[in-house]
Design a protein around this ligand. Structure first.
Ligand SMILES: Cc1ncc(COP(=O)(O)O)c(C=O)c1O
Length: 368
């Protein structure tokens, strides 16, 4: 048996012909930076998210950094974000010279805890970044209200939530801006690194676009010291083709999540994930919780199941963020979860038979 954590092959097969035709056009025009495909994708993705603008950039980390910069985060400022996220959320803050202020998550969904956010506010807080982890949507009403009361922007990390909705509204449209990643394994994944900022604020969109292109709106007219962080044209072609299928692929993930949920209900010792009320999750990852996680993980690997851990180390316990001076015990919920979480294979083309085999291997592992 070999069931990978993520299988991109079937997705590629669906779009291969369309992509080939799109790439032929790019190569014929030799428009390798910019060109019509980039603008077309940005327009389509903004519409999909329900934002007025999408600015394509080189990757999700840049998207978050540029969104935070455009939102006014400065060196020395504080930005509140969850301890349980991919390190890029914090890197985007640190690269500005601002301070990531980590907070704990809730024990059920492992999303940023609004009460912890409120407690972490200071006069130096310049932004709050809820992360829509695993394909969920963070509690944006509460976080948005805390941000509004404090007079600071909410910037969403929407890297894992393309297509997710909360009470019908898409992730990426709640804050002043959102950064997203089109890393290949994401729900909307490119054929390499890519990212985007969505916003309905014209000034934020303009600042992100200017910063992403050497600080210039018009060539050689440099208003600011910027970056070279544009959405690659080849990636735009790939993403356009995938975006057309994203709703169907997310629906297939939801079906797979329901199948896992039904099967795991009878497996003692496995806590299956659930969706918060109002959330239409897109199941970027399917994360269960088990005792003796490392032993269970090894057993799954031995059985040919490509399970993973997202993420094994809360940010404050990584070497990269040792300087924050926060030891074990700082964020008990994130720390306890990190020892118990296990991501099962999840992708649109995962079959019921494959899921049956995963559940069987998991049941054997937790029972053994
Ligand atoms: C939650 C989260 N934030 C940010 C990123 C950064 O995106 P990228 O890898 O495209 O820089 C990722 C993905 O890698 C992510 O999962």
């Amino acid at each position: 048996m070999n069931i990978p954590l993520v299988d991109l092959g079937a997705q590629h097969a669906e779009i291969a012909d369309e992509v080939r035709a799109g790439l032929d056009e790019v190569f014929a025009r030799t428009a390798f930076v910019g060109g019509p495909a980039v603008g077309r994708f940005e327009t389509a993705y903004a519409a999909y998210v329900g934002a007025a603008h999408c600015v394509g950039v080189a990757n999700g980390t840049d998207a978050l950094e540029l969104a935070l910069r455009a939102a006014g985060v400065r060196p020395g400022g504080e930005v509140i974000l969850p301890a349980n996220t991919f390190i890029a959320t914090a890197e985007a803050v640190s690269r500005i010279g601002a301070l990531p202020v980590l907070v704990d998550v809730d024990p059920t969904y492992l999303l940023i805890d609004p009460a912890a956010v409120r407690a972490a506010l200071t006069s130096r807080t310049e932004a709050i970044v809820p992360v829509h982890l695993f394909g969920q949507v963070a509690p944006v009403e509460e976080i948005g209200k805390i941000a509004a009361d404090a007079g600071v922007p909410m910037i969403e990390d929407a890297a894992q939530s393309q297509g997710a909705r909360r009470f019908g509204q898409p992730a990426g449209s709640f804050g002043l801006a959102a950064g997203t990643s089109f890393y290949p394994g994401k729900n909307l994944g490119a054929a390499g690194d890519a990212g985007g900022v969505t916003t309905s604020d014209a000034a934020v969109a303009r600042t992100v676009r200017v910063l992403s292109a050497h600080g210039s709106e018009h060539k050689y007219d440099h208003e600011a010291i910027g970056f070279n962080s544009r959405l690659d044209t080849v990636q735009a072609v790939y993403l356009e083709a995938k975006l057309r299928r994203l709703e169907g692929w997310n629906a297939a993930r939801r079906t797979a999540a329901e199948r896992y949920g039904a099967a795991l209900a009878t497996v003692a010792g496995v806590v299956a994930p659930t969706s918060a009320e109002g959330n239409e999750d897109v199941w970027h990852l399917y994360v269960v919780q088990v005792d003796e996680r490392d032993r269970v993980l090894a057993s799954l690997h031995d059985a040919g199941v490509g399970a993973g851990i997202h993420y094994p180390t809360p940010l404050h316990l990584t070497a990269a963020y040792a300087d924050l001076g926060l030891g074990r015990g700082a964020f008990p919920v994130a720390e306890a979860a990190a020892d118990r979480i296990l991501s099962l294979p999840m992708y649109p083309h995962l079959t019921a038979d494959q899921q049956g085999a995963v559940v069987e291997a998991l049941a054997t592992a937790v029972g053994g």
